[in-house]
Design a protein around this ligand. Structure first.
Ligand SMILES: O=P(O)(O)OC[C@H]1O[C@H](OP(=O)(O)OP(=O)(O)O)[C@H](O)[C@@H]1O
Ligand code: HPA
Ligand SMILES: [Mg+2]
Length: 182
């Protein structure tokens, strides 16, 4: 862990800030879904940490599914081309989907995912995203729950990777540009 920490030049969101934001988001979701059981759809792999912490913080039952769609590969900018690497395991007709995302950067992944899931006739589709980069948005996407708006810089940790590394950091940090040749 300390070797990875050397690659981080600044903390963007601390572990404590993440935890208290999840408590706050979970309370809002509990209130909004008081008479419904949300199906949490986690977007692999980035959302794993957020999904597992959020699900445990909700005080009402929820169920889980995962999708994997890749647009970044090992780059620091989105290719804009979204591919499904793993689809849902069940029919979501009539269910209340809550998409769980780690980050909305260009918005391309989420915009594509919303259209894809809406076409499956769920009862509702909402989005909860831990991070959003307002200055990087290329497509506006309706996001009901947002944790933090952050500057337009490449970040890693708490699920977010650069070339598959740093997902295990317990906080969100800014990667030293020298690590990715910047
Ligand atoms: O708003 P966008 O510009 O589309 O970027 C956001 C998406 O990109 C990242 O996924 P990535 O493709 O890196 O897959 P990963 O979660 O497995 O790292 C991230 O986890 C989001 O899903
Ligand atoms: O800033 C980021 N970091 C890691 N993965 C990402 N995917 C979109 N934006 C980012
Ligand atoms: Mg990634």
């Amino acid at each position: 862990m300390s070797v990875l920490d050397d690659d981080i030049e600044a903390t963007v969101v601390s572990t404590e800030e993440i935890q208290s934001k999840i408590t706050e988001l979970a309370a809002r979701i509990d209130a909004d879904y008081a008479d419904r059981e949300p199906l949490l759809v986690g977007v692999l792999k980035g959302a794993v940490m957020f999904m597992s912490d959020l699900a445990r913080e909700l005080s009402r039952p929820s169920t889980m599914e995962f999708m994997a769609c890749s647009s970044y590969g090992s780059n620091t900018t989105s290719s804009g081309v979204v591919r499904i690497l793993k689809d849902l395991d069940r029919d979501v007709t009539g269910l209340d989907i809550l998409i769980v995302e780690d980050i909305i950067d260009s918005g391309l992944t989420l915009s594509w995912l919303l259209k894809n899931l809406q076409a499956r006739n769920p009862a509702s589709v909402e989005v909860v995203a831990l991070l959003r980069k307002p200055d990087a948005i290329k497509v506006q996407v309706p996001v009901k729950y947002v944790g933090f708006d952050i500057p337009n810089e490449f970040v890693v940790g708490y699920g977010l990777d650069y070339a598959e590394r740093y997902r295990d950091l317990p906080y969100i940090g800014r990667l030293r540009p020298s690590v990715y040749g910047g």
